[in-house]
Design a protein around this ligand. Structure first.
Ligand SMILES: [Zn+2]
Ligand SMILES: [Zn+2]
Length: 251
């Protein structure tokens, strides 16, 4: 019988780690140090190393077989689609908002990230607040520069970004709507990311916000859940807002 690897190794992140999915579920990461490859799984101390990336991924498979699962809340992933990975690029360390990481701020940041994705922009730094210049990349042409979130989100209930020109030198304005629609066609209502599962249910979003409020040290992994680019970022922003409302209503 033909043997298929049970793991999928994702794209290298800026920090040098590679996300790994086992049996279609995000399991952890592998990284190289001093010539060896090491596996990591959030919430578990894994022992063992390998001479190869694939060997380290096999150690994650073994950990999964021992019943270990990452402690960050995760739900089922749908089959890998290459396009989803293109959209959800794998760097997240820079996504931490340069605001105090209060729950309202991270939810606001998630909403801003979602809106950027809908408008075919890619953030290149954490959400800085509505009236601060924000470094981002135009997904229509690759231009990089600073834009103001307060302009992109629209004003007074009108969601049309102002100004209507995205930035100097972009493709003709007449083509924007069509190109943005093409881009938006890849957005999904469930997370299709392989290396990490982003919340699209209120219960998952609430768990993440609760953990974040009890343990600010969890900001990094949870910023990933909340802020990392994802084809389902619009749904994620909605469930995070709902989760935040339900948490503050209880107090
Ligand atoms: Zn452009
Ligand atoms: Zn996702």
């Amino acid at each position: 019988m033909e043997q298929h690897a049970r793991y999928v190794i994702g794209t290298r992140e800026d920090s040098g780690i590679y996300p790994v999915a086992v049996d279609g579920y995000p399991a952890g990461t592998v990284h190289r140090r001093h010539g060896s490859w090491f596996p990591t799984m959030p919430g578990h101390k894994l022992t063992g190393r390998s001479t190869s990336r694939e060997g380290a991924a096999e150690l994650l498979v073994a950990a999964v077989d021992q019943g270990k699962r990452p402690t960050v809340p995760l739900t089922a992933v749908r089959p890998h689609t290459p396009r989803a990975v293109d959209v959800a690029h794998r760097s997240y360390t820079y996504l931490i908002p340069s605001l105090r990481p209060t729950l309202p701020n991270v939810v606001r940041a998630a909403e801003a990230m979602a809106r950027l994705t809908e408008l075919a922009w890619k953030p290149l730094q954490g959400y800085p607040g509505a009236d601060q210049p924000w470094m981002m990349e135009c997904q229509l042409c690759g231009w990089e520069g600073r834009r103001f979130w307060s302009h992109l989100r629209g004003r007074n209930g009108d969601p049309t970004p102002r100004p209507i020109t995205r930035h100097p030198g972009c493709i003709p304005v007449a083509e924007h709507a069509k190109r943005i629609a093409e881009f938006a066609a890849y957005l999904t209502i469930t997370c299709e990311c392989v290396a990490f599962q982003h919340p699209t249910h209120v219960d998952d979003a609430r768990e993440i916000l609760k953990t974040l409020s009890h343990s600010p040290a969890a900001t990094m992994p949870y910023a990933r859940a909340i802020l990392e680019p994802c084809t389902a970022s619009s749904v994620r922003a909605i469930v995070l807002r709902e989760a935040l409302n339900s948490l503050t209503a209880k107090k």
